[in-house]
Design a protein around this ligand. Structure first.
Ligand code: NCD
Ligand code: ZN
Length: 350
């Protein structure tokens, strides 16, 4: 059946391979937005202070499970924030005990709460060697932080200056280049035949840099890596809808209260947890590839991580535009929801 005639789609329950849940009252407010549709998520460790050790990850996982409303099922897959002081044996133990699924690499200063990230990659080499040995993936925020590199070039430069040499030194390390935003990253991942994958966010499939800057500045479209020009967005859509198993969903849903976004130096991050599945169905339908949605949201990710895909399913149904709210309320203040700029006809109905 051509996509335009499809009005219902049942797929394996999706997972989110890059998610910010925060902590405290914000965690409480945003967790149900993800758990409603997603079975599992890779949880980002960039709290203040960051989640560095196995003990901190176990405690954070407990706080997430305690915040989960009764009757909801959700499995947080924890990550450890890589620092130059990370102990390789703590990482090994966290993996063996099922506490941590992956390690997160932030180049120091690359994004929100990344000050304790890595400056000298040789210092983390022993950790990377252990991870390669035990098959534990490294999730990478792929942007250089040099002030003299243009912000729109930081991902492409990261691939050449950091990622390629790192993968040469530790070829057995499984690497996820997260929230890719460029044709360069898509090409690099496509040309890598082993141990390399990428996540793509919901919003980078929908917005380009004009959305942020043309006709007035739109802070709610500001995130890192920053959205690039339209040709790059098209490359991302092609990768996502291709079914290529190296590309899968990581929403990078990153809630900040409006007061933190709407200021002289506003935070980076877009909150997409609530309407992600509706947005994605629309993107895949427009591309004529609705039947590939399941590979992107529910199959390719677990396959790369060596986990079984979910047995449970969700059903998306097409109808009148879904009236999503503009924002969700949290005790810390309102969090604006991603506005794709078009009507969303698909809703999760079961
Ligand atoms: C994220 C955040 O707010 O924690 N922000 C963002 O723009 N994506 C950090 C990140 O993943 O870079
Ligand atoms: Zn993120």
């Amino acid at each position: 059946m051509p996509d335009k005639d499809l009005t219902s789609l049942t797929i394996r329950r999706p997972d989110d391979w890059h998610l910010h849940l925060r902590d405290g009252a914000m965690l409480q407010a945003v967790l149900p937005e993800t758990a409603r549709h997603f079975a599992r998520a890779i949880i980002m460790p960039n709290l203040v202070p960051p989640v560095v050790t196995a003990a901190q990850a176990a405690a954070y996982r407990d706080r997430i499970m305690a915040a989960l409303p009764d009757g909801m099922r959700f499995t947080p897959l924890m990550t450890l924030y890589l620092t130059e002081a990370t102990d390789p044996e703590d990482v090994r133990a966290a993996h063996a005990a099922g506490i941590a699924t992956a390690v997160k690499l932030y180049p120091a200063g690359a994004t929100t709460n990344s000050a304790s990230g890595v400056r000298d990659f040789e210092k983390v080499r022993p950790v990377l060697d252990v991870m390669a040995e035990i098959g534990m993936p490294l999730c990478v925020h792929g942007e250089v932080t040099d002030h003299d590199i243009d912000i729109f070039d930081r991902e492409a430069v990261f691939i050449d200056k950091i990622l390629k040499p790192l993968r040469k030194k530790v070829p057995d390390l499984k690497v996820v280049m997260e929230h890719v935003t460029t044709q360069d990253a898509v090409d690099y991942v496509r040309d890598s035949h082993k141990n390399m994958a990428a996540t793509i966010t919901t919003h980078h499939l929908i917005i380009n840099r004009n959305h942020i800057l043309a006709g007035g500045i739109k802070p709610h479209f500001y995130c890192l890596p920053v959205a690039k020009r339209e040709a790059h967005r098209i490359a991302l859509v092609q990768a996502a809808v291709s079914g290529d198993k190296r590309f899968f969903l990581g929403t990078d849903s990153a809630p900040h209260v409006d007061a933190a976004k709407l200021q002289n130096c506003g935070c980076a991050g877009i909150f997409t947890a609530t309407n992600t599945m509706s947005c994605l169905a629309e993107v895949f339908e427009v591309a004529g590839q609705l039947k590939k949605l399941e590979a992107f949201t529910s199959i390719n990710g677990p396959m790369f991580y060596g986990l079984p895909p979910n047995e449970a399913t969700i059903t998306l149904t097409k109808g009148d535009p879904v009236p999503y709210p503009d924002r969700i309320d949290t005790p810390d203040g309102p969090v604006t929801m991603f506005d794709p700029g078009f009507d969303l006809h698909w809703r999760v109905t079961g």
